[in-house]
Design a protein around this ligand. Structure first.
Ligand code: SF4
Ligand code: SF4
Length: 509
């Protein structure tokens, strides 16, 4: 199959997969508490369906989607709702947010689920509804509600190619690799469900060429399945080939333009972990309550690939990994390139958590002093989105986020390639994140200002209307008084005339 090369990227980034890629998936024990932030995805937070004291079972919906871009949340084990309130969430901001806490009862009782005998008897609309109801979001890290990606009802262009993203390009992470090695048959069944839903011609599962064993497992599963529409392809190991637009370019040669989505060019791209969750939801009838997480780094004694209940605190997983080493310096959710630091290990695993990197000083902290930019252009050559990081940096540093936005700052995928190649060790991504937050805050402020202006204008209109109504009322009242006075005057004149006439006729007689 012909492959294309995206711009920039890092062909020789240290992978650090050997620390965990050989470790089979193990199941983490059910912890004493499960904590569910109500916002685990892009869009609106979910709305609680339970109250403190309620008993719940595994698989029971405890919070419902709110609006289209949202996703429900299901209990990961049986127990009692012990709190609904603020809890630290895994987010670069370090904020707390509303969360549901379940104290588990150790029995792990689950709601009965209904497997689907033949998904081909269901329409695409019915399958989208099942996937939405099962709480599926992108498990590759983006956490976009999956049902929206798959809902073709309002899309004008038919989907020609389904891409299954098994290119786990971020260093250290191996959860998708283990999933494909151990559960390839289930993943390929999930691909069949998606092919049926999207009615597209072909599905391409992409795996980097540094994982030949994984490729063989997937090829064997495809051969056993026998569907000629599904194929597996080896792609070159170049960071960040697993990012959506870069993978689409590699496999189809097509570019997803700024402001467009893959569906606009007839492509849907889904992470293989999400495909497995589709198989579980549609064929097994199970909502999303667990996921595979890689726990690795020099700061943990025994790295693992663990299947964990979403909502488990990170410290409970560190215990399974025999605790921290004396090298543990920093907790990172995700990998070292695109992940973010966590405040502490009380934070729960959410649906998007693919890796906990317990990083040593060598792995996470750069003690190199940032120097002035020497305008070498290395950052622009490495940028896979063809941005101009050097210019973005000038504007971001000068608090000119609007100018950076005009240079497509919002297209930056925060891959960190520019950081890695910068000879001046400038923390470019840090500046870009800051500028993006400023844009978001500006947008929010503008939104609030728009609301305030609309309210002010509505009030002014209301007051003007009330004033006009009062004036009209007063005018009508005056007119009525005038008319009444005029009528009285006419009646008085008539009465006087009558009296006069009466007097005249009396005199004559
Ligand atoms: S972090 Fe942004 S600017 Fe830097 S290389 Fe990646 S996409 Fe380009
Ligand atoms: S790589 Fe660093 S020094 Fe070179 S142009 Fe970019 S920001 Fe400047």
């Amino acid at each position: 199959m012909k492959l294309w090369r995206f711009n920039g990227g890092l062909p020789s980034l240290a992978e650090h997969k050997n620390e965990s890629v050989h470790l089979p998936i193990e199941t983490a024990p059910v912890p004493a508490q499960l904590i569910y932030p109500l916002l685990q995805h892009i869009g609106n937070p979910a709305v609680p369906l339970v109250k403190v004291g309620d008993k719940v079972l595994r698989g029971q919906k405890i919070a419902d989607a709110q609006g289209l871009i949202s996703s429900p949340i299901h209990a990961g084990s049986s127990g009692t709702v012990s709190n609904i309130g603020e809890h630290l969430i895994p987010h670069p901001s370090g904020f707390s947010a509303p969360s549901i806490t379940i104290t588990t009862d150790g029995e792990d009782q689950q709601l009965e689920h209904t497997p689907c005998a033949d998904f081909r008897q269901l329409s695409a609309i019915e399958l989208v509804a099942i996937i939405r109801e099962a709480g599926l979001v992108g498990l590759g890290g983006a956490a976009f509600p999956t049902a929206i990606k798959l809902d073709q009802q309002h899309k004008t262009k038919p989907i020609e190619t389904l891409i299954l993203n098994g290119a786990e390009c971020e260093p250290y992470i191996s959860c998708d690799d283990r999933l494909l090695k151990e559960r390839a048959i289930s993943v390929i069944k999930g691909v069949e469900v998606l092919l049926h839903m999207l009615a597209c011609k072909q599905a391409i599962l992409a795996i980097e060429d540094n994982a030949p064993d994984t490729f063989s497992s997937v090829q064997a599963a495809i051969d056993a399945n026998g569907n000629p529409q599904i194929k597996v392809v080896k792609i070159p190991t170049i960071y960040p080939t697993g990012s959506e637009k870069q993978l689409i370019k590699t496999l189809t040669g097509k570019e997803v333009a700024s402001g467009e989505i893959p569906a606009d060019i007839g492509v849907v791209s889904i992470n293989v972990g999400t495909v497995y969750a589709v198989q579980q939801a549609v064929i097994e009838g199970k909502p999303l309550t667990s996921r595979i997480v890689t726990i690795t780094g020099e700061g943990v004694n025994t790295p693992h690939n663990l299947e964990v209940r979403v909502g488990s605190r990170i410290n409970t997983l560190i215990e399974v990994c025999n605790g921290y080493t004396n090298k543990a310096e920093r907790l990172i959710m995700g990998g070292p390139m695109m992940g973010f630091a966590l405040l502490n290990d009380e934070i729960p695993v959410v649906k998007a958590t693919n890796c906990i990197l317990v990083a040593s000083k060598n792995e996470a902290v750069t003690d190199k002093q940032a120097m002035p930019c020497i305008r070498c252009g290395a950052c622009a050559s490495a940028c896979p989105v063809s941005l101009l990081p050097q210019q973005l940096y000038w504007h971001s540093r000068a608090d000119q986020a609007e100018k950076a936005a005009k240079l497509n700052l919002l297209d930056c995928i925060e891959c960190g390639c520019c950081d890695v190649v910068c000879p001046s060790h400038i923390p470019l991504v840090q500046h870009f994140r800051h500028a993006k937050s400023a844009l978001k805050a500006d947008k929010h402020q503008k939104h609030l200002a728009d609301i305030a202006r609309e309210r002010f204008e509505a009030r002014e209109q209301r007051l003007a209307l009330e004033k006009a109504e009062r004036a009209e009322k007063s005018r009508k009242k005056k007119a009525a008084l005038k008319a009444r006075a005029a009528k009285k005057e006419i009646e008085a004149a008539a009465s006087r005339a009558k009296e006069k006439q009466q007097a005249t006729s009396n005199d004559e007689s």
